[in-house]
Design a protein around this ligand. Structure first.
Ligand SMILES: [Fe+2]
Length: 481
């Protein structure tokens, strides 16, 4: 590209920058102008650049100014916090479900006009099409093969019939107990609502561009991993060491090394260690049969990661914190050996990395969803994760394998839409986009265990997902063959 002609520039900001250089006899390349402008073009920066130029420079190019520009900082912002205690009494359960209803019904109300159930019960005008929003309180199949659901809102309860001859009864639109949904249908004389349409809280059809401006426009990546299971004899030490070598730009071709140098974050979505007493006879499969020793070993492995990479660790069901969700971060006693670039967060947790909002959730509820959703499988975990966004809830099925702490607030409702949903738990890899949100299940660093063999689960180990924090595009890097 030719050097910038100062007379043809139409932007005041750019013109000023160009003039400052022209005044002392330099032309400046447009890319260099853009770089200075991006940093707010403070006079001090321009003075600093000018002072650094030697007499041989005629045209100031990006390579002349790069070292003078302020180095970007890559911070970690944790966007949620948990109450420390919960009693689990009746009031807290009630509070939990009220909060779930409030959050999800508000999302639905933005999309559909609905009437309070009580007002429908009072008028009972037959044939009229009405819409209600409520929480599913009972589900049963009638002897004629129809499905009868009771829907509840704060004003009352209404029976809803899904006739078996309508599309709405399609098994792929499976309704769960305690879900909050919108139903549009026609009323019968005796106050029964015959469903025509279900509306899920869902996320907007096409997510607008990310709301936050990028903090750094230069290439910036996060590596998403999960389920390292340190302490297990199936932990893949060799694959891990290749991964760490790549992060240090010691292995791979030039392109792969260049990518490694742009990695700023590592996010671990739970099951950092294998734990103790998680399943019967687990001790036979442990190399480190002591929980403190397992975390120490994990800390030592993470010390191999370059210290400029910020590491975010969220717990899973194998970690030594309470099993009920939301789980708090790992306790201080377990984390003393970890390097200072590690941040411990809740499960689930919403973190902001370089302006991108990453919702990290271990994914225990995937067990419940795979069992309940027709067509769902462990081989395609991302498809199941899309259901979480559609239902705006990380664990839409209450009372299954996923235990939820009834702390008065529903921390598992997805009330604000993330840029990325990152899960683990199922030990398989899946990446896709749902309505503009990137879905990643990042697999495991553990080969097949005896238990997985017995249930025929084929893990996908030794993979890391590379996430471009400017475009939110994700790709899989393999370190195990
Ligand atoms: Fe796991």
């Amino acid at each position: 590209m030719p050097a910038h002609n100062i007379l043809s520039d139409d932007s005041m900001g750019e013109t000023k920058i160009i003039q400052r250089f022209a005044e002392v006899g330099y032309q400046i390349h447009p890319d260099a102008v853009a770089m200075i402008k991006e940093h707010g073009a403070p006079d001090k920066l321009i003075q600093d650049i000018l002072a650094s130029l030697d007499g041989s420079v005629l045209v100031v190019k990006p390579e002349h100014i790069k070292s003078r520009l302020p180095q970007p900082t890559y911070g970690v912002e944790v966007l949620d916090a948990l109450p420390t205690t919960c009693v689990g009494n009746y009031e807290e359960f009630l509070g939990y479900f009220h909060d779930r209803y409030a959050k999800l019904s508000e999302i639905l109300r933005r999309r559909i006009g609905a009437r309070p159930i009580e007002s429908i019960n009072l008028t009972k005008k037959s044939r009229e099409e009405v819409t209600v929003i409520g929480m599913v309180s009972t589900i049963r199949d009638t002897s004629n093969g129809h499905r009868l659901v009771e829907l509840e809102d704060p004003t009352g309860m209404i029976p809803v019939l899904f006739p078996n001859n309508k599309d709405v009864f399609d098994p792929s639109t499976r309704i769960f107990l305690d879900e909050v949904i919108g139903i549009t249908g026609s009323l019968t004389n005796d106050g029964l609502l015959i469903a025509n349409r279900i509306t899920w809280p869902d996320i907007p059809p096409k997510k607008n561009n990310r709301g936050e401006p990028k903090q750094n426009s230069e290439a910036c990546y996060a590596v998403l991993i999960s389920d390292t299971h340190v302490g297990s004899n199936t932990f893949l030490e060799h694959a891990w060491s290749r991964f760490v070598k790549w992060l240090n730009a010691e292995v791979g071709d030039d392109n792969q090394k260049a990518l490694a140098k742009r990695v700023r974050y590592m996010v671990i979505a739970g099951d950092l260690v294998d734990g103790i007493g998680i399943y019967p006879n687990q001790e036979k499969e442990l190399t480190t049969p002591d929980i403190y020793g397992q975390y120490e070993a994990a800390a030592n492995l993470l010390k191999g990661v370059p210290p400029h990479i910020k590491i975010i660790i969220s717990p899973g069901n194998h970690d030594a914190v309470r099993q009920a969700e939301p789980q708090p971060p790992l306790f201080n006693e377990l984390t003393t050996a970890f390097p200072p670039n590690v941040t411990f967060v809740n499960n689930p947790s919403l973190v902001k990395l370089n302006g991108a909002r990453i919702l990290v959730y271990h994914g225990r509820s995937l067990d419940d969803l795979v069992a309940a959703l027709p067509g769902a499988s462990y081989e395609e975990p991302d498809k199941v994760m899309a259901e979480m966004l559609k239902r705006r809830h990380l664990a839409p099925i209450y009372g299954g394998k996923t235990t939820i702490v009834p702390g008065g607030t529903d921390h598992l409702a997805i009330d604000s839409v993330p840029d990325v949903l990152h899960c683990g738990h199922v030990h398989t890899v899946g990446i896709s986009k749902y309505r503009g949100v990137t879905l990643v299940n990042s697999g495991t660093w553990q080969s097949q265990t005896e238990f997985q063999k017995s249930v025929n689960l084929e893990p996908v180990p030794g993979c890391a997902t590379l996430l471009d924090l400017n475009t939110m595009d994700a790709s899989v890097l393999k370190f195990y063959t």
